[in-house]
Design a protein around this ligand. Sequence first.
Ligand SMILES: Nc1ncnc2c1ncn2[C@@H]1O[C@H](COP(=O)(O)OP(=O)(O)O)[C@@H](O)[C@H]1O
Ligand SMILES: [Mg+2]
Length: 268
Amino acid sequence: MLENIPMSIMSADAIGKTQPASAVDAVIRAEELHKYYEMGETRVHALRGVSLMISRGEFVAVMGASGSGKSTFMNILGCLDRPNSGRYLLEGMDVAQHDKKQLASIRNQKIGFVFQGFNLLARTTALENIELPTLYTKIAQADRRKRAVEALALVGLADRGEHFPSQMSGGQQQRVAIARALVNRPSILLADEPTGNLDTRTSVEIMEIFQDLNDRGLTIVLVTHEQDVAQFAKRVLVFRDGKIRKDDFVVNRPSATKVLKTLPTLED
Ligand SMILES: Nc1ncnc2c1ncn2[C@@H]1O[C@H](COP(=O)(O)OP(=O)(O)O)[C@@H](O)[C@H]1O
Ligand SMILES: [Mg+2]
């Protein structure tokens, strides 16, 4: 993808440690996270001491080979799983002190998820799909549709609300999935390989939406295999063997909007 774009990720050391994280506005604070999976006789040590802080308004890309622990890490950030040891604070709140039911509620309110497969309900319109997460909140019935309409507009699909997933392209379906992730106004958006099923141009269109949402203040953590996708973030972590091996700020990161102008448009 996008071979012509110069690589612009530099070491934080080289640019003087401008780490913005302060404990006060840390959305995510992980301390020495360890995670094991028991597989019969063998034990897989998926995370081997992961510590980091992510502040409000950051846009972090997580890279690393398959099996390096990226999804395990994201599942813990998203309160879908718990570490075996270490501490995870989400907006200053120690996640370990909440039971399953509380965690589900925290997850629904504070975290938006986007996955590689769009996971939309097939016989359900775009707006109905987006509205779903509001059903488990106290948001008034009358406000639910309004929220869904707003979220759809944020991803540039205001005119597609009544369409079914089968009537939309992959990129459009992923936008609907992003709108669904935003509808409860989460503190953080977690995306695990959101462009993994998309072509180059469509991937950059998705990154344009992420950059736009981040400019509006949303904190984003995104897993990707592709350096060309990662460079649209502000900070890049590289996992290897369950540890963070690199944590760098992106220098001269490109604007996805500008990059799109250099890419040929697809024929309809
Ligand atoms: N549910 C699971 N049960 C057993 N092993 C797992 C499970 N999930 C992940 N693993 C193992 O943990 C390690 C990290 O996996 P994962 O976090 O999925 O890596 P990545 O997302 O970087 O590909 C791998 O060795 C993987 O096989
Ligand atoms: Mg994974």
